[in-house]
Design a protein around this ligand. Structure first.
Ligand SMILES: Cc1cc2nc3c(=O)[nH]c(=O)nc-3n(C[C@H](O)[C@H](O)[C@H](O)COP(=O)(O)OP(=O)(O)OC[C@H]3O[C@@H](n4cnc5c(N)ncnc54)[C@H](O)[C@@H]3O)c2cc1C
Length: 303
């Protein structure tokens, strides 16, 4: 089911037609407060009252026109200006900045975003896409990081290479958002069994948390796997970590109660709020993460 849903995520015909179906638009509302930024901002204001920070992401990927990438940068510049009153960060995909078209243009766009984020005293995250982009994404990050201390990158625990990527980034005093990984990857590059991905996630935490304690790394655990977070926290406690030093990020609409609980307990919690009309591929990846969600979609077909 996971593979089928991830195949659908990349199918052009479905990507053009499904977003027009009303029941699909109804179903996606579970993961998006709305398509416009105003709805995302409103959700972020509500989260602030619960001590949960917002991580804004405008949906869209694999852009084929640099003019669209330019609009994405301008949009985020407006977002940074509009979200001064709340604790907010932004997260962007390299292919949304033109990486498929021209790597130099994508880097220039990223630099513009980093400058805007610095001016607004905000953090910029670079999402990690499929493994065909890993090298190019890390290259962007390595080049940007020396001039932009408030930029981080997502790394995926399902890739075998991630441990060496972390080791290679450490001299840059990086910021890493650790995720399990959301794309269809072959066994040549990635663990395919969930228990192996989970074990690698924990091993990477054990590797990185001491670096957090030495202030050489900002680490955000981007997962809904609260058991893994609890295990990482037990390790962090043994290192003398304060709760606020453990950062956890989850997606809007998933495990909302756990987000509130972790924030109440004193952990630093972020909610990634996605918005925009280009939700198709992103939404299919959410379904693939938990195929039981497909029944939720099916229920939308009922009157
Ligand atoms: C803040 C954030 C940023 C991310 N950025 C990236 C990125 O840049 N690149 C990338 O490849 N991936 C990214 N992801 C997605 C990530 O790779 C996983 O696909 C996703 O988080 C599901 O894995 P999990 O860690 O929650 O663990 P899982 O073991 O999949 O899930 C743990 C539990 O959480 C719940 N859960 C998980 N997903 C769902 C869902 N979709 N619907 C309902 N319940 C669910 C279930 O109860 C499940 O049992 C991001 C995730 C988060 C939270």
């Amino acid at each position: 089911m996971r593979r089928l849903l991830l195949w659908c995520a990349q199918n052009r015909w479905l990507a053009t037609h499904v977003p027009r179906w009303r029941f699909a638009r109804r179903a996606v509302r579970r993961f998006l407060p709305g398509e416009g930024f105003e709805a995302a901002l409103k959700a972020a204001v509500d989260f602030k009252t619960q001590r949960i920070g917002a991580l804004f992401t405008l949906l869209g990927e694999n852009l084929t026109d640099l003019a669209d990438a330019d609009s994405v940068v301008k949009h985020y510049e407006e977002v940074l200006a509009a979200s001064r009153e709340i604790e907010a960060e932004i997260s962007v995909k390299p292919t949304q900045l033109g990486l498929d078209i021209d790597a130099a243009a994508a880097f220039a766009n990223l630099q513009r975003l980093a400058r805007a984020a610095e001016k607004a005293k905000r953090f910029l995250w670079i999402d990690m896409e499929g493994s065909a982009y890993t090298d190019r994404t890390l290259d962007l990050y390595r080049r940007l990081r020396p001039q932009a201390p408030h930029v981080g990158v997502a790394l995926q625990a399902y890739l075998y290479r991630t441990v060496s990527d972390v080791a290679g980034l450490l001299p840059l005093r990086p910021a890493i958002r650790l995720v399990k990984g959301a794309y269809a990857e072959p066994p040549e590059v990635a663990f395919t069994a969930k228990r192996d991905v989970d074990a690698n996630y924990l091993a990477l935490c054990v590797f990185m948390l001491p670096e957090v304690m030495r202030s050489r790394l900002r680490l955000v655990l981007a997962t809904h796997d609260v058991d893994l977070v609890a295990k990482a926290w037990r390790f962090g406690q043994a290192l003398g970590m304060d709760r606020s030093q453990l950062e956890v990020a989850m997606l809007y609409g998933i495990r909302a109660g756990e987000q509130v609980r972790l924030a109440r307990e004193g952990f630093t919690v972020w909610d990634l709020i996605a918005y925009g009309d280009a939700w198709y591929a992103w939404y299919l990846r959410r379904l693939a993460e938990r195929p039981a969600n497909v029944w939720f979609v099916a229920r939308q077909l009922l009157p």
